[in-house]
Ligand binder design. Structure first.
Ligand code: FES
Length: 347
């Protein structure tokens, strides 16, 4: 069924007396009367669906065969990731061909039946229409829109150009930046160093092992966070260095990311979810599970911070810790794995 008329068909009585469009007699399509045209249309539709299959296969080939770091130069856009481009083009073509084939099928081959759908009169009462027109005219008059020609024209010009910045911003979605720091490299290191004292986030008080009871948890940063505060990119540094320190019974620890990276059952993990980077501090001390509130990824801190549920693809990076000569908790090194989200490929 392709043609749906909302007006009265000639076989039906006219109820409203006002027809929005002319009541045209139904014309059969070429494919209804010419079997050759129908077969041609059938071949076109089948051809589009088959081509779509071909593009899906090309999509898979592109995903497997094109190196992730290969780029192609496109005039105006600049350097574009070759794989992204190929995936976008092949997937777009596959979806387009299915849609175009379906439309062609419906327009040319599916039964062409006209039906009538009875509807209420949609037009407003004449008094309401007159009131609306009156209000519009009064608004136009009072705003001076008609009188101030220069203002009107400059406003229309401004509104016409307004979408341009949005289009420019969209460019960032497909062009690989060349002059900004590589996010992958940015997340490889943090400001944690061997001997950095672990201090409570907010009060910057150093933490002794004896300060943290079994089952306890604190949010912490390195003590040089204060100095870094003065410098640029503070938020980046803070985000990357934020950790959670938890304490459990040493015999409850089933595995760690390095040998003896705990101190008497005290473990430190990055606080930034490896899914898309939400800060986490929902810790269940009985199970040692850490739950991300954003998409419910759950990590087992007694078992190397491994993912046990949710969309995160990587475990939470663990910070090796010990104590200094005064008994304060310190880092023994930086994280061995990149912290933060994993939505781009890492080398
Ligand atoms: S950001 Fe943590 S699960 Fe998505």
């Amino acid at each position: 069924m392709t043609d749906v008329n909302t007006h009265e068909h000639s076989d039906h009585p006219v109820t409203s007396g006002r027809l929005p469009v002319a009541d045209v007699p139904h014309k059969p399509r070429r494919t209804d009367v010419d079997p050759k045209a129908a077969r041609r249309a059938e071949r076109q539709v089948a051809g589009m669906f088959t081509l779509s299959v071909l593009f899906v296969i090309l999509f898979v080939v592109a995903y497997v065969a094109i190196p992730k770091d290969a780029n192609v130069y496109i005039p105006v856009l600049g350097l574009v990731g070759a794989m992204n481009l190929a995936l976008g083009v092949t997937m777009g073509a596959a979806v387009f061909l299915i849609g175009a084939g379906a439309i062609q099928w419906a327009k040319k081959l599916m039964p062409d039946v006209e039906v009538v759908q009875e509807r209420h009169e949609l037009a407003s009462e004449p008094a309401d229409t007159a009131e609306a027109v009156d209000q519009y005219e009064r608004g136009k008059e009072e705003s001076g829109f008609a009188g101030y020609k220069i203002i009107r024209r400059s406003l229309l010009g401004a509104l016409a150009l307004f979408p341009i910045p949005l289009i420019v911003l969209l460019r960032d979605l497909w062009v690989q930046p060349t002059d900004t720091p590589n996010p992958q490299a940015e997340l490889e290191t943090t400001i944690w160093r061997k001997g950095s004292r672990i201090v409570v986030d907010g009060s910057y008080a150093p933490v002794k092992a004896s300060d943290l009871p079994v089952g306890g948890l604190i949010s912490a940063v390195p003590e040089n966070m204060m100095e870094v505060q003065e410098e640029e990119h503070t938020l980046n540094a803070r985000g990357k260095a934020a950790i959670l320190v938890v304490r459990m019974q040493p015999d409850e620890i089933r595995s760690q990311q390095g040998e003896n990276w705990d101190y008497q059952g005290i473990l430190a993990y990055s606080k930034i979810c490896t899914h898309v980077g939400c800060p986490i501090s929902l810790y269940e001390q009985r199970t040692h599970h850490l739950l991300c509130p954003c998409h419910q990824s759950t990590f087992d801190l007694a078992d190397s911070g491994n993912v046990i549920f949710g969309p995160a693809a990587r475990r939470m990076p663990q910070l090796p810790i010990g104590v200094d000569e005064e008994g304060y908790l310190v880092a023994l090194a930086d994280f061995a794995e990149p912290v933060g989200p994993s939505f781009w490929e890492r080398g």
